[in-house]
Design a protein around this ligand. Structure first.
Ligand SMILES: [Zn+2]
Length: 332
């Protein structure tokens, strides 16, 4: 589902929730009236007083000032009487209050100050569902949870004088800036490369989480799934999913290089996808465990040269040893 479809579904659920809460409210009210003799009469009288107050203030607005002067006093007395009755019947003071799942938006899903915006409750649920749609519902891989201490800070990469941690921190910084500035990113595309277990997938998930927080729905796919989609489009002529990946304003492809190679499909479709996306200035982020040389060998020069074009691809290389081993050993 798209973000818009998810919102529509949520709005329908909120309407049903309001109805259900109204039903609970009526039920509670009926029960309270059964328990407290005379309560219904006072409630009706208060309701009538409110209506009368509204009516007179509308009709006599310019004529009789002070017509409603007695109303607050009368209301206070009635409220006091109602509270006493509830107390005497052993009912809680809020027994007649309206029932809301979210008091902030009264289950509207939106708040109106200063302007109409989605309430926190709905936004949280929407984000959760967007991540669910992306298959990242259970992934807690966010920038906030990025743990730099997992990366070694001792061993220095001779090529650039950076430690593994410094590489990882730089990659995190660039990915975060990318997610925060989309669609006005420094380069339209990112390539995260490095061996397995260096945090590439974590960063890709973190970008997705961040975009979702910003109300942007990316398309996230593993390379394996991408190939599956491409295969179906080729053999079964069902190209909807592939078109979705082609047209997504931002596409995240995880673990490119681990998918099986299929004659006529892998290379051709990948080239088409990347080429068309690049021509239409759509954003793509790829993680791969292949080096550029391996990439060239696997996907041909044609594709590799696309990714080597520095004006449209920023390449981040993660180095060092597998941090998952550290996690397993319980060092983190
Ligand atoms: Zn709310």
């Amino acid at each position: 589902m798209t973000r818009e479809q998810l919102i529509l579904a949520l709005q329908q659920e909120y309407a049903a929730r309001r109805e259900e809460n109204m039903r609970i409210y009526e039920e509670r009210r009926t029960q309270a009236c059964e328990k407290c003799p005379g309560l219904r009469e006072v409630l009706d009288a208060r309701h009538a007083a409110v209506l009368q107050g509204v009516r007179t203030s509308l009709l006599n607005r310019f004529r009789k000032e002070g017509e409603n002067a007695q109303l607050p006093n009368a209301m206070a007395l009635m409220n006091q009487r109602i509270a006493e009755m509830l107390r005497e019947a052993g009912l809680p003071a809020d027994a007649l209050d309206p029932v809301y799942t979210c008091a902030e938006c009264k289950d509207e899903g939106y708040v109106y100050a200063p302007s109409r915006q989605m309430c926190r409750c709905m936004k949280q649920e929407l984000n959760h569902r967007m991540l669910g749609e992306l298959g990242l519902g259970a992934s807690g891989n966010t920038f906030e949870r990025f743990d730099e201490t997992l990366f070694d800070d001792e061993e220095i990469d001779e090529r650039d004088g950076f430690s593994q941690r410094k590489h990882a921190l730089l990659a995190k910084k660039i990915c975060l800036e990318y997610a925060d500035s989309f669609p006005d990113t420094a380069t339209p595309n990112l390539l995260l490369s490095g061996k397995s277990g260096l945090g590439k997938t974590f960063l890709l998930h973190a970008i997705a989480h961040r975009l979702v927080q910003r109300d942007i729905m990316p398309v996230y796919t593993s390379a394996y799934h991408l190939l599956e989609v491409a295969r179906k489009a080729y053999f079964e002529n069902s190209g909807d999913k592939l078109a979705e990946m082609m047209n997504a304003p931002i596409l995240l492809i995880d673990d490119l290089g681990t998918e099986p190679m299929m004659q006529n499909i892998t290379i051709e479709q990948l080239f088409n996808l990347l080429n068309e996306r690049q021509l239409s200035r759509r954003h793509t982020v790829i993680s791969t465990n292949l080096t550029m040389a391996e990439f060239k060998e696997r996907y041909t020069e044609r594709i590799a040269s696309r990714l080597m074009d520095e004006s449209s691809w920023r390449r981040l290389v993660l180095t060092g040893s597998d941090v998952r081993k550290k996690l397993k050993r319980g060092q983190a």
